[in-house]
Design a protein around this ligand. Structure first.
Ligand code: NAP
Length: 347
């Protein structure tokens, strides 16, 4: 059976999601939502850099729901709870990369509305990405060999210079004054979805948390850096090392979800990046795993940022069949069967 999918926006992640949906034999891309006026009326194939496929992007959301899709692949810059509730309430499943893992970060009221809407529509809502998202699953799977877990830590340590989403980068604190308390609040607010990942991990490990917290350190630019899509003025934030942690009843940081992002080439302190995604479990055994991301031999793009976007989009796209088959409501990795690259194996 082919599942009918609508792609919601075609930015960095959405373009990769749409390409993957077009390639998947079990998915049929039937519509596309455009937030940008200049994308309205443009063929989705053209928007993703492929041949036209006869599906034009529209900003008429009602027109898209009238297509009776099975699922929306939701990749806007910011999640819109009203919009998500409306889609779910209309009986359309949603897979999202837009700051959604459990809904905790959106607040109890918004989370409850989403849960009610999904149940009313008899559909499911699933959020993922690479981090948060797949990396947390990788951490949980890695812990499956331990007979004792003292701490499960995951870390993304990457150069984000090529991630050309200025609004996203500004929202997490880049190019802001590191000494301004409002910057720390901004970073915490914009990365709150990593707190969802802490909650999900603790829940999957059967740990009751006392609380979830956050701390961040900044690196400041030592010169003004023009990245093309944004400028980082000298003295402002050019690096962020953030840790979302879950504290258990014994006052231990039992779960940590960390990110280390740098933008540009001149900053202090100049933390050495580890370039990848890491799972570090203190326990028995101690586990140290890294998934190493390399371009395939036929990669022909000028840089490797696209790999990160594929890795963000695919955990959501690959989950579409499982999400469409899941029980109604908000679902997470603990509710879904094993999600693989089924449909993407080269013929
Ligand atoms: N969990 C993870 O691993 C992970 C990693 C990376 C990103 N993400 C999340 O995935 C989502 C998509 O990321 P992205 O890099 O693809 O985003 P993006 O390219 O910056 O923006 C996505 C789309 O949002 C629309 N848009 C632009 N400005 C907007 C505004 N001010 N208000 C509302 N919509 C606007 C545009 O739609 P049009 O296509 O119509 O122009 C744009 O293409 C974001 O929520 C991001 O935080 C998650």
């Amino acid at each position: 059976m082919t599942l009918r999918v609508v792609q919601w926006t075609t930015g960095n992640v959405g373009r990769r999601a749409a390409s993957a949906i077009l390639d998947h034999p079990g998915l049929d891309l039937v519509g596309c939502y455009a937030w940008s006026p200049d994308k309205v009326g443009v063929d989705i194939g053209t928007l993703v850099g492929a041949e036209p496929v006869g599906v034009l992007a529209t900003n008429d959301a009602e027109e898209l729901l009238a297509l009776a899709p099975d699922c929306v692949s939701y990749n806007p810059m910011w999640p819109d709870v009203d919009e998500m509730c409306w889609i779910l309430g209309a009986g359309v499943n949603v897979v999202s990369t837009a700051a959604f893992i459990t809904g905790r970060a959106l607040g109890a009221e918004a989370r409850s509305r989403l849960e009610v809407a999904a149940r009313a529509g008899d559909v499911s809502l699933f959020g993922t990405g690479v981090n948060p998202g797949f990396l947390n699953l990788f951490g949980l799977v890695s812990a499956g060999i331990c007979d004792r877990v003292d701490r499960l830590r995951v870390l993304e340590s990457v150069d984000a210079t090529g991630y050309a989403s200025a609004e996203t980068q500004l929202s997490v604190g880049f190019a802001h004054d590191p000494d301004d308390p409002a910057t720390a609040e901004r970073t915490e607010r914009a990365s709150a979805v990593f707190g969802d990942a802490v909650a999900l991990t603790a829940d999957a490990l059967g740990v009751e948390l006392d609380h979830i917290g956050f701390e961040a350190e900044y690196a400041r630019a030592t010169e003004t850096m023009d990245l093309g899509f944004m400028t980082i003025p000298a003295g402002t934030v050019a690096g962020i090392s953030g840790t979302w942690f879950g504290v258990d009843q014994r006052d231990r940081h039992i779960v940590e979800c960390c990110y280390q992002w740098k933008m540009g080439w001149a900053m202090e302190p100049d933390w050495p990046l580890r370039h990848g995604y890491f799972v570090e479990i203190d326990g028995r055994p101690k586990v140290r795993s890294r998934f190493q991301i390399l371009p395939p031999d036929d990669w022909d793009e000028p840089d490797y940022m696209g790999l990160g976007m594929i890795m963000t989009a695919l955990p959501a796209v690959s989950a579409i069949p499982a999400v469409c088959a899941a029980s109604p409501g908000i679902v997470s990795y603990t509710d879904l069967p094993l999600v693989t690259a089924s449909g993407f194996v080269t013929p």
